[in-house]
Write a protein that binds this ligand. Sequence first.
Ligand SMILES: Cc1cc2nc3c(=O)[nH]c(=O)nc-3n(C[C@H](O)[C@H](O)[C@H](O)COP(=O)(O)OP(=O)(O)OC[C@H]3O[C@@H](n4cnc5c(N)ncnc54)[C@H](O)[C@@H]3O)c2cc1C
Length: 511
Amino acid sequence: MVQIVWFKRDLRSIDHQPLAEAARLGAMMPLYVVEPDYWAGADVSARQWTATAGALAELRARLAALGAPLVVRAGRVVDVLARIDRAVGVSGVFAHQETGNFWSFERDKQVRAFCRARDIALHEYPQSGVVRGLRNRDLWGGLHAAFVNAPQIDEPARLVGLERVKLGEIPDAAALGLAADGCAQPQPGTRRAALDLLGGFFAGRGASYRAGMASPLSGASCCSRLSVPLATGAISIREVLQRAFAERRQAVLSPAATNPIPLGAIDSLIARLHWHCHFMQKLESEPSLEFRAVHRAHEQARRPTPADDPALDAWATGMTGYPFIDACMRSLIATGWLNFRARAMLMSFASYHLGLDWQASGSRLARLFTDYEPGIHWPQVQMQAGATGINTPRIYNPIKQGKDQDKDGIFTRRWVPELAEVPLAYLHEPWLMGGVASYPPPLVEHLSAIRAARARLSDIRGSADYQATAQHVFARHGSRRRTLNNDHPSKFRSTAKARRKTIGTQTTLDL
Ligand SMILES: Cc1cc2nc3c(=O)[nH]c(=O)nc-3n(C[C@H](O)[C@H](O)[C@H](O)COP(=O)(O)OP(=O)(O)OC[C@H]3O[C@@H](n4cnc5c(N)ncnc54)[C@H](O)[C@@H]3O)c2cc1C
């Protein structure tokens, strides 16, 4: 008989409770199942698999050094488990709870049923501050804090693996049937990469984190870039947070001038790491968020966007005629990463300017993110599309964003080379100088598009029981540190800023 440690989005050996628990019991098999049905989904892509495959290779080497290399099999998890059970007998399956997409949620139900039917003990452990079975958010803050402050789980000193087991190949993206997606070298999702990123951030790279994170140009170097190894699970959110807490303690004790990065940058990172679990909790509590708007009135108002919609395609390929939108999208296609502000702006443009349904645009974005994390992605997609009812809708002005976040035009000219010769004064509005032959005219006119979007929103938000439903949504999903309409990490600053500005710049709708 053997214990199986089933690895999913937790490709590490440190701070891994299932591995530690199984290791105590004797012979075990660390197992990863490549699931073709998952990799055929509309939200996944070659870049995500490439990052995952790198993390698997690293994990295999580490587990081999401990005594039991990772076994890789392809197929449905229940079929793979059944084969192993027939061959050697499975006494227990040890795994982390996964807050994945709806597909993985359903797969986990099958695995639970399978284990029950075969009398195999299934041990599932939390792997972040996300709490399973939570009814509302009242107690979440305390539970989350208890988890992230608890000691990390030590890597087992030694593993006892089964003899003569074929390890199985880690396929490449093509072997898995994933089409090349324009991102030849996605950011690695390994532990080694995570430790390098953490070290570099605290040694000085993060010094301009607060000032630089809003621009895709500066954000690429001053943001932590931890999202990919967090998504593969090569490093735990607890390890990252505890490292940040330790750096903070050190920074508080040292004279400010000697700190490689300011205290404020560390605090901003800690806040965002907190939001990681806050958002994932939403999908954990309501898995249908992937395809159903969290607020009933927004769900009823949805009009599906066909996958071959020309506006969707223009947006997803960086051909909208709005230079900063297209630069952000093309950069994302090539690199697999984008800063938060640009992600929010792309989603806002798709939803408000183009009137696209958030699930169609959200799936296209998901595929482009190497760091695709369903629990962050879908709640963010709905929030930026104005579908939650508990956040003040925010319509980004793509011209203003371009002028603010790419003042010198370096980013836009790099990713939209058709505009390389356009003078800076016209770069973000080339139509004002009569357009450029090789670049499309704007797909929609900014002011009339947002006027139409505001009218659509007013209709929905004016419906009879809108606020009452929003209160229910807030009870279930809202941060207890915020208030209704304010459930957003950057909300306090952005609202105050927007209020100070005159109408016609950035449009924040307080309806
Ligand atoms: C429409 C949309 C979709 C998104 N989809 C994803 C996704 O699939 N995967 C993903 O990891 N992030 C997603 N984000 C959140 C955010 O943009 C990324 O986490 C961040 O840009 C990743 O870069 P970083 O690791 O350098 O972030 P940093 O700014 O260095 O932050 C560190 C970590 O904090 C967490 N974090 C930061 N910002 C947020 C936020 N606003 N909400 C929740 N967690 C946050 C992430 O884990 C991130 O890695 C999305 C945001 C939007 C607007």
